[in-house]
Design a protein around this ligand. Structure first.
Ligand SMILES: [Zn+2]
Ligand SMILES: [Zn+2]
Length: 86
């Protein structure tokens, strides 16, 4: 896990990874993720936990997801979260 090339710190990897792969639940970079740990499998920020493990979104997650979705609309494809009606 720690076979990093010289000059490359874990922090650099974390930052790069964070920008490439924002949290799928709250939309934040990994370092800023506000998602709690799933009590069922221990994973953080996995949408499946909310579908399959009975996790519920916290107010903070919903707020961050809304903020991140709004920023997203300016550049990339629109994110339709209201597509599925119950
Ligand atoms: Zn998250
Ligand atoms: Zn889970």
């Amino acid at each position: 896990m720690s076979n990093l090339p010289p000059g490359v710190t874990q922090r650099m990897i974390d930052e790069a990874y964070g920008w490439d792969a924002p949290c799928a639940v709250c939309g934040c970079a990994e370092a800023e993720c506000v998602c709690p740990e799933c009590s069922h499998c221990g994973t953080v920020g996995d949408p499946r936990c909310y579908d399959e493990h009975g996790m519920e979104h916290t107010p903070e997650q919903l707020e961050m997801a809304r903020l991140n979705a709004r920023t997203d609309e300016e550049g990339s494809h629109p994110h339709t979260e209201d597509g599925e009606s119950w």
